[in-house]
Unconditional design. Structure first.
Length: 400
């Protein structure tokens, strides 16, 4: 059983300097792109070894979670146990289970663990394949450790003050597109997404409604669509769409989805997972960053280069007062209060990113919908990711 990478991390949020504008963005539309020549996936991983980051999975080669028993718990079949970090419960405990959620528990109101049966003898902890295949969460690292784990770009930097991003600044950004042979001879990038495991891309459910898995590809490691050889991007075929079962087309409620790749990707300095968020954090009035290749303003041109903008996250009631559509606790709202900085068409499914005190980035929201782009009184509306953590786990880890 191959365990996927899902890093769930908690801590207080960190405010950072605002990045320069990325125009506007907050809905989605098919975007015409240039025709970057695909790079052979095998060849793409060979040269420039200085860019390769250790191994495909993020190893626990730094600070480890404590191997100890926490609160008592009752697992499936009324088996008594103690909540433990997943890395310290033997791998065969979860093998064969159809619902890993039955084992999940919360450690010290902070970490996700599993109810590990007391009568299971521990196997060699650090040497087990399970531990080698799991990432350490963001909470396991101090600020000087900028090269291990989810949510850390290759250069270890936080958001810049420039409108365009740098090549390796957001290595978890994914582009959903229709390949040219299925799209009238030119590639059509229509939504974004976030790498959360080596096989799963978090996106918006509405991005998956009018296409089939066979009709699209997921491009990872892209920066500038007009320069196909600038990065070692990889195009992946799609095995499955997983839209939230309660997604409502008209109102965009529960607008969250997962794209499962046919083959796992290989992590390197261009392709890297973002961390999943903590639960119950108050984002109000802090800054988030949204990035994508969408329109630079409503009805305007799309961007060939990945753009970013830092925007404040609104008070939810103030946001709800601006719309006729319902805004609920499963949403976040973000845009500059004075207008002009927002997400826009083509950015749907992409992440609203948030930086933790230890410099790690989490995907706090997913670009969902908005009224035009950059309007002063109409912020972009995002799906709040922490409200869907059990669903995400159930459709990633639990299905492996």
């Amino acid at each position: 059983m191959r365990f996927l990478i899902v890093s769930i991390i908690l801590v207080n949020l960190f405010s950072f300097q605002e990045c320069a504008v990325v125009g506007t963005d907050s809905t989605r539309v098919l975007l015409n792109r240039s025709k970057p020549k695909p790079i052979d996936n095998e060849d793409a991983d060979v040269p420039r070894r200085n860019h390769i980051r250790t191994k495909r999975y993020l190893g626990l080669n730094k600070k480890l979670k404590l191997n100890k028993q926490y609160q008592e718990c009752i697992g499936p079949g009324d088996v008594k146990g103690h909540c433990k970090h997943l890395t310290f419960c033997p791998i065969d405990v979860l093998q064969g289970t159809k619902n890993a959620l039955e084992y999940l528990c919360v450690i010290e109101k902070t970490f996700v663990g599993v109810c590990c049966p007391d009568d299971i003898a521990l196997k060699g902890s650090i040497g087990s394949q399970l531990i080698m295949d799991l990432p350490a969460g963001g909470e396991d690292y101090d600020e000087t450790d900028t090269f291990t784990g989810c949510g850390i770009p290759a250069d270890g930097r936080s958001a810049t003050n420039t409108k365009p991003t740098t090549i390796q600044e957001w290595p978890w950004l994914a582009a959903l597109f229709r390949p040219e042979d299925l799209a009238d001879g030119y590639e059509q990038q229509f939504c974004g997404g976030s790498v959360i495991t080596d096989s799963h891309i978090l996106t918006a459910a509405h991005c998956l409604q009018s296409v089939t898995p066979q009709e699209i590809r997921v491009r990872l490691g892209e920066y500038d669509f007009s320069k196909p050889n600038e990065t070692r991007y990889r195009d992946h075929e799609v095995a499955q769409f997983i839209s939230h079962q309660d997604f409502v087309t008209g109102s965009y409620e529960n607008d969250i989805g997962i794209v499962r790749l046919t083959q796992p990707t290989t992590f390197n300095s261009y392709i890297w997972p973002i961390c999943l968020p903590p639960t119950g954090v108050n984002y109000e009035n802090d800054l988030g960053v949204v990035a994508g290749w969408g329109h630079t303003y409503f009805g305007g041109p799309t961007s060939e280069v990945l753009l970013q903008v830092a925007i404040p996250i609104w008070n939810l009631k103030e946001c709800a007062d601006k719309f006729l559509h319902p805004i609920t606790e499963t949403n976040l709202c973000a845009a500059s209060y004075e207008g002009g900085k927002d997400s826009c068409q083509g950015d749907s499914g992409g992440p609203l990113m948030y930086q933790l005190p230890n410099k790690r980035w989490i995907v706090a929201g997913v670009v969902s919908w908005g009224i035009e782009c950059g309007n002063k009184d109409n912020p972009g509306v995002y799906t709040r990711v922490d409200k869907y953590l059990p669903w995400i786990i159930q459709n990633t880890i639990a299905k492996e």
